[in-house]
Design a protein around this ligand. Sequence first.
Ligand code: HEC
Ligand code: HEC
Ligand code: HEC
Length: 125
Amino acid sequence: MTIRIISTVLALLALAAGLAFANAYPEAPIVFDKPVRGVLFSHKTHMEKGLSCEMCHNRLFEMQAKKAQQNSDFVMESLYQGKYCGACHNGTLAFASNTRCATCHIGVKGEERLKNGGKPEKKGH
Ligand code: HEC
Ligand code: HEC
Ligand code: HEC
């Protein structure tokens, strides 16, 4: 009897761990460095806006950091056409890709600040 309860509890714990893993997103921001360095993407801030994984995976992005930047069309022009980040950053769902450059482009200094545990740079290039 006790053994059965314990094994049921263990099975439930394993299931919960599995579900948690399925929804785990990287805590640390991803900073793109191609074609230009210092472009910030944070899962944390995006998930806090109530977005679901499916909104970005797999239609817009693969679940692999720095995969999109291997594509030659990972450039502003594509964003303006509604691809990649531009699917949302179009001025309707989120601030438009042709505004607030420095919010995404934290630059090399911003990246260094992130690595040092500081806040991303708000201004600058
Ligand atoms: C607003 C868009 C967006 C949402 C929502 C989102 N992701 Fe991502 N995710 C990205 C981007 C962008 C990348 C980097 C892809 C690239 O570089 O090509 C990424 C990468 C990843 C990676 C790879 C990390 C690594 O180090 O290789 C994992 C794992 C991941 N996402 C899991 C999730 C999970 C789980 C959720 C839901 C809880 C989620 N993501 C929601 C945009 C998003
Ligand atoms: C599924 C929709 C969606 C996609 C795709 C998306 N974003 Fe966002 N993003 C949002 C929303 C919603 C906000 C918050 C609303 C606002 O600020 O206009 C936001 C806010 C941000 C912010 C400000 C908050 C912060 O994290 O500092 C940055 C920077 C940002 N996005 C960068 C990116 C980049 C870079 C990409 C592509 C790699 C991307 N986003 C893709 C929806 C999206
Ligand atoms: C929503 C986030 C976001 C905003 C806002 C944004 N960018 Fe970008 N930018 C990106 C991403 C993503 C890339 C491609 C990844 C990389 O170069 O690291 C990129 C790449 C670039 C590039 C190199 C590729 C190309 O298109 O020539 C330039 C230059 C650039 N951005 C300039 C700007 C300027 C100027 C603004 C403001 C008018 C701006 N960006 C606003 C996300 C953004």
